[in-house]
Design a protein. Structure first.
Length: 375
């Protein structure tokens, strides 16, 4: 039987996002152009649902592989199926292809967006209901051109932003301290610094370096050592007063169980791209929450579709309460593909109104960054 939410068409696009600035992390740089994937599902009633995959080769995978995963391996699971079958479809996707979390995230996003649009409700309602509609915005300081970053900081302060995550570990420790001192002196009393090493430290000597960082009263220190060095991260967590946030060490619910069992960090960064979609991300949040552990809303280099999805996730998940970094489409990417951009004001991102994700994609803008398209 054919229903209104039966999927009749799938369109997957390989895109290249132009970047406004260079970004530097402990594991690598991002500059000029970054590849990504956009997914469009169309139902029998003409409704459309959107998804996005935002992989980064040095972090999790490639855009080329994720586009192929959707086009070749996940397409057969979608055509002729109902968007409201999302739980069953995602279970089948887990068995259809190993890994490729970003591709699976894109598929689950598009299914939820389509289902919500047809049902006339926001995705946050489908995820259990809105807990918050305003999410404190955390902005990363990651430009190797530090003078440009100081200007960026001043502009974001004027926008009301009060959470700043400083990328460290790609310079010497002394240079990191100088940067942090310069940033700290420019912040008002109600602003908070966070520190993110992106796996940039070696365990040897790390305790002394993190104790040096504590002079800046950071809200947390994120992923100081490599993802597999969990025992070392636990040693660091016990040696300092500042909370340690696990990011690259926790991709899956199984790794979240390991985190709360061993308590090698105090909080966890949850990303739709890392987890592979809403279901796994909310499972990670539930595991952390059961252990009394808060979570942070992380992102990759995402455009408006994925950011809207992330806002709905955080809006419906109580313990993702440490803020979120839903700003890349506004400040980092050079093309906006939403007709009405994600609302950022007063230091926060806001839940879009309307059914599904509450967004409208500008298909002309999307076409301008599309390199390949499979229908």
């Amino acid at each position: 039987m054919i229903y209104a939410d039966t999927i009749r068409a799938l369109d997957v696009r390989f895109v290249r996002w132009p970047l406004k600035m260079k970004r530097r992390h402990g594991v690598g740089d991002v500059e000029k152009v970054l590849p990504g994937v956009v997914l469009r599902l169309e139902a029998e009633d003409g409704s459309v649902g959107w998804g996005e995959a935002a992989p980064w080769a040095v972090f999790s995978g490639t855009a080329e592989a994720n586009a192929a995963a959707i086009d070749v391996y996940l397409r057969p699971l979608l055509i002729g199926r109902r968007a409201s079958e999302v739980a069953r479809i995602m279970d089948e996707a887990a068995h259809a292809i190993v890994g490729h979390g970003e591709a699976k995230a894109a598929v689950e996003m598009a299914l939820y967006d389509l289902w919500g649009r047809i049902a006339g409700v926001p995705v946050a309602a489908l995820l259990g209901g809105v807990f918050r509609d305003r999410i404190p915005l955390s902005v990363s300081i990651a430009n190797p051109d530090f003078e440009a970053d100081l200007l960026f900081l001043e502009e974001r302060l004027a926008d009301g932003v009060r959470l700043f995550k400083v990328k460290t570990g790609f310079l010497t420790h002394r240079e990191d301290l100088v940067r942090l001192e310069a940033l700290k002196t420019r912040l008002p009393d109600d602003a908070e610094i966070r520190i993110d090493y992106n796996q940039g430290l070696e365990p040897y000597g790390a305790v002394a370096k993190l104790r040096d960082m504590e002079r800046f009263a950071p809200g947390f220190i994120e992923q100081p050592v490599k993802r597999d060095q969990r025992d070392a991260m636990g040693d660091l967590a016990r040696a300092i007063d500042t909370p340690i946030l696990a990011d690259e060490s926790v991709f899956s619910p199984a790794e979240a169980i390991d985190l709360v069992s061993r308590r090698y960090a105090d909080a966890v960064s949850i990303k739709l791209m890392k987890a592979g979609g809403f279901t796994a991300a909310r499972t990670i949040a539930a595991i952390a929450g059961a252990a009394g552990m808060p979570a942070y809303g992380g992102t990759m280099y995402e455009a408006g579709i994925a950011l809207a999805a992330g806002i709905h996730l955080v809006a419906a998940t109580p313990n993702i309460c440490l803020g979120a970094e839903f700003y890349t489409s506004r400040y980092v990417l050079g093309v906006e593909i939403l007709r009405e951009p994600i609302r950022l004001d007063d230091g926060a991102s806001h839940l879009p109104a309307g059914s599904g994700f509450g967004i409208e994609v500008d298909e002309e803008a999307l076409a301008s960054v599309t390199v390949d398209r499979r229908t």
